[in-house]
Design a protein around this ligand. Structure first.
Ligand code: S6P
Length: 575
């Protein structure tokens, strides 16, 4: 699995090959040109921090990355004694940074309201709408708003599907589809009034799991773009060489990270064993690596239908380290507890030997606190692992080394790139940690039987995109018509054998509302469809198998089942 994901991630850096597929890639001339053009627009805003603003916005993982990026570049500005120019928007608000809030993704009007709020009084705004699959209505609403106010806004759509593969269905309660908005943007690109930045990075290892490659590519692409804009801002001559140099550092980070494949595989196995035994996976991070930990853990909830307690991330200094707009959210409930202090108080006392704990830190972090927490965890479980980042010349103290049975230890070369060098190094460490954690949590859930082939088969149907994905997965696995698959999904959602006219006539948002609180909706529908049985029988059958994958496999192989799988066109980043 680690090798498969390594190769899959390597596709991000694959060069354009017109003899294979005619897609623009990260290193394609047109993509690099677009990055330059957008960087110039950003640079103009940076010159005028009073009236200008750079907005990064997205849903789910894309929104969490928006926060990470906005914070990084405000920090970079601060170090130069300049005021912050970046801000982020995440659908569902700050709550969505640390918990799974999928529903607000469906609302263009919520998107507009948020954008109006952050950009009030600004005269020049470069807006980045991140939607890896070119699908989120929340982002579509904001892009449309920008297109209607081009005197102030320069909209940029960031994603990893060609525009022709943007979501085509009309957005419920709205006038357009995502595709129509993307097309309008594309038409304005030549006049540099709007931009679509959408290199192909190849399909996701787990179909539709855009938190993985989509998220990594977002980070690489936008960090590069902003670094270039800042360089230009300091009157340094920007050449293509400089842009390529930055991109190559990320490519090297991929090699360096996956050179630890064996150790990563051991960690996947360990984490998988914990989840199989109904134990937990806790990921503790220092500084922004804590944010990477939280991001990874939260994404397991919608992707694999896990409970928030199964996989959890914690950041050393809690909300102050996260630097979110709404401040400390701890009082909202137990799932909002994210600091190491919270971990010690509310998780550690009940931790057992079946749990796995992963420590993520750099040798520049407070190593005394790493040592102290490790000793505390060791009293509860021997299943602990570390991912440690050093710069050439730094060595992990023996006192810490001996506490871990195995350490994924990565040493990064010193980058002689003046002021930005330290930032680039941090970006690499974050990305490297993201790659390892994505692999660990994905692999662990595969081992737990939450994936069949490369399909998620137990995700939560908590927004329109996921409803459509569920129907597509059913079609793929059963070979049945879209109507039949949709009906089976509805029977599973409503727990009924007979679909009333009221259910049949309801909008998708109603189905999503009903489904989002229910468990095993997709897996039940799969078994019901494959076995041609009632949904209550399918639910009962599911119970008799050790994993969902085993239930799907057995249903596919059931005697008398006609084996046919229809070929449904899948979008590269999304289903
Ligand atoms: C995907 C993740 C989701 C997505 C979100 C936005 O692995 O679980 O939270 O990030 O749905 O997707 P997109 O395509 O608009 O960036």
């Amino acid at each position: 699995m680690v090798q498969l994901l390594r190769d899959c991630d390597a596709e991000i850096f694959q060069e354009e090959d017109p003899t294979l597929v005619n897609y623009k890639r990260l290193y394609s001339e047109t993509v690099l040109r677009t990055v330059f053009d957008i960087a110039k627009k950003v640079q103009e805003v940076l010159k005028d921090s009073e009236d200008g603003l750079i907005v990064l916005s997205g849903c789910g993982s894309s929104g969490r990355l928006a926060l990470l990026l906005a914070n990084s570049f405000n920090k970079l500005l601060k170090g130069l004694h300049r005021s912050p120019s970046y801000t982020y928007i995440i659908s569902g608000g700050d709550k969505a940074l640390v918990t799974s809030q999928e529903a607000p993704e469906d609302s263009p009007s919520l998107g507009v309201a948020e954008l109006e709020k952050v950009s009030e009084g600004k005269k020049k705004v470069v807006y980045f709408g991140i939607s890896c699959g070119l699908s989120a209505p929340f982002v579509a609403g904001q892009l449309d708003y920008c297109l209607n106010n081009l005197d102030i806004f320069v909209p940029v759509l960031v994603g990893f599907n060609p525009v022709s593969m943007a979501r085509q269905e009309r957005i419920e309660g709205w006038h357009s589809s995502f595709f129509q908005v993307a097309e309008r943007m594309q038409k304005l690109q030549e006049a540099q009034k709007a931009f679509v930045l959408n290199p192909a990075v190849g399909p996701e290892g787990i179909c539709g799991s855009s938190r993985m490659k989509g998220g990594s590519a977002t980070k690489i692409l936008l960090e590069t773009l902003f670094l270039v804009a800042h360089k230009a801002d300091s009157n340094v001559d920007i050449s293509e060489k400089c842009l390529l140099e930055i991109l190559r550092t990320y490519e090297r980070a991929h090699k360096v990270t996956y050179s630890q494949s064996k150790k990563i595989a051991a960690l996947v196995k360990q984490a998988g064993t914990s989840l199989q035994k109904k134990g937990h996976l806790y990921i503790l991070g220092w500084g922004t690596l804590g944010l990477m930990a939280i991001m990874d853990a939260v994404e397991c909830i919608p992707t694999y239908g896990t409970d928030y307690r199964d996989v959890r991330g914690f950041i050393s200094t809690g909300y102050s380290g996260m630097q979110n707009k709404e401040g400390d959210l701890t009082s909202l409930g137990p799932e909002f507890a994210i600091s190491h202090e919270d971990f010690v108080k509310s998780v550690l006392p009940s931790m057992t030997e079946t749990d796995t704990v992963v420590f993520n830190f750099t040798l520049d972090d407070d190593l005394a606190s790493v040592e102290k927490l490790t000793l505390q965890v060791k009293e509860k479980t021997s299943n602990l692992q570390a991912i440690s980042h050093a710069t050439a010349g730094q060595y992990l103290p023996a006192t810490i080394k001996k506490l871990f049975p195995s350490i994924i230890s990565i040493t990064w070369p010193i980058l002689f790139l003046e002021y930005e060098g330290a930032f680039i190094q941090n970006f690499q460490r974050e990305l490297s940690t993201k790659w390892v954690l994505n692999t660990v949590t994905t692999g662990a859930h595969v081992l737990k039987g939450k994936v069949f082939r490369n399909y998620m088969v137990d995700f939560r149907v908590s927004n329109t995109k996921l409803f459509t994905r569920a129907v597509t997965v059913l079609q793929r696995l059963s070979g049945q018509s879209q109507t039949r698959c949709e009906e089976t999904l509805l029977r599973s959602i409503y727990g009924t054998e007979v679909l009333s006219d009221e259910i049949r006539d309801a909008e998708t948002s109603k189905h999503v509302e009903e489904a989002s609180t229910k468990e095993q909706v997709v897996s039940t529908a799969i078994v019901s469809l494959l076995r041609n049985c009632a949904v209550h029988e399918a639910r009962a059958r599911l119970e008799t198998y050790p994993t969902i994958r085993a239930a799907v496999e057995a249903s596919l192989n059931a005697i008398g089942r006609k084996r046919s799988v229809i070929n449904i066109e899948m979008r590269s980043t999304d289903t």
